[in-house]
Design a protein around this ligand. Structure first.
Ligand SMILES: [Zn+2]
Ligand SMILES: [Zn+2]
Length: 262
């Protein structure tokens, strides 16, 4: 059975480790290699358990540790062709490292099948990922998107576990101290998902079979974990769905959250 370790989440860095019988993959590596390896070690995961890294997009909060981690022996790195070009331009790839372009067909490792989907974000060619482990469980990662497109929605449907962005509270953002241009960027279709947008998507997911939900990529300036959680739980209550009965919910802080055993 797979285990999901949310290591880091938010604008200071994002990284998730999904493990299946001793081996696993990183989705993003947005902290230093040292921090990511230390965080894995705290969970008794040795560095040679990392078999591949899947990059969502080139923003630094998703690739900070890439240069070093990609140089570890036996680690394959995947990203969209557009992200690879952007990473090359920004010199964020290790010198001898080849990144494997991934397209909508996805790829299969010994123990997992990974299928990407497009996100709507102000980057070159961002992706979210759906991972099916050999026991048939499906886990999806959807953060850094301004809207839930039809493509995202169909990728997330039927997943057992979904890591979903709950970036900001719209009122906090609007009344906060960010410059106007940045507020407009975050609120745009290529920005980040609000608590309300996240919750509306989550209602549909819980109704279609998702049982575990991780609220991710919370803004430290424009959100509170309690607020993101309350927004979701209140809305789910209206739909007569009970926490820990119909679903499990975990709000991720900057240092991730509890691991989830399926
Ligand atoms: Zn981003
Ligand atoms: Zn991000």
């Amino acid at each position: 059975m797979p285990t999901l370790y949310p290591l880091f989440s938010g604008s200071k860095g994002n990284a998730y480790f999904l493990r299946q019988s001793g081996e696993g993959i990183l989705i993003d590596c947005g902290r230093s290699a040292k921090q990511i390896l230390a965080s894995l070690q705290e969970q008794n995961i040795p560095q040679n358990a990392i078999k591949a890294i899947f990059i969502t997009h080139e923003h630094i909060d998703h690739v900070q540790g890439l240069k070093k981690l990609s140089s570890l022996a036996g680690v394959k790195v995947y990203a969209s062709a557009g992200t690879i070009r952007a990473l090359e331009e920004k010199n964020l790839i290790g010198e001898k490292k080849e990144i494997i372009p991934i397209d909508k067909k996805g790829t299969e490792l010994d123990f997992m099948k990974i299928t990407p989907f497009h996100i709507s974000h102000d980057c070159a060619d961002g992706l979210g990922y759906k991972v099916e482990t050999s026991d048939g469980r499906k886990t999806a990662f959807a953060t850094d998107t301004g809207v839930i497109t039809r493509e995202i929605s169909s990728a997330l449907k039927g997943c057992d576990t979904v890591v979903l962005e709950s970036n900001h509270d719209v009122r906090m953002l609007q009344n906060g101290s960010y410059p106007y241009i940045l507020k407009r960027r975050i609120l745009s279709d290529s920005g980040h998902l609000s608590n309300d947008q996240c919750t509306e998507t989550a209602v549909k997911l819980l109704k279609s079979g998702t049982t575990r939900l991780f609220l991710a990529h919370l803004s430290e300036a424009n959100n509170f974990p309690e607020l993101a959680e309350q927004t979701a739980v209140c809305r789910f209550k209206q739909e007569k769905m009970k926490k820990n009965v119909d679903y499990k919910l975990c709000v991720l802080g900057v240092n991730g959250g509890k691991r989830a055993i399926y």
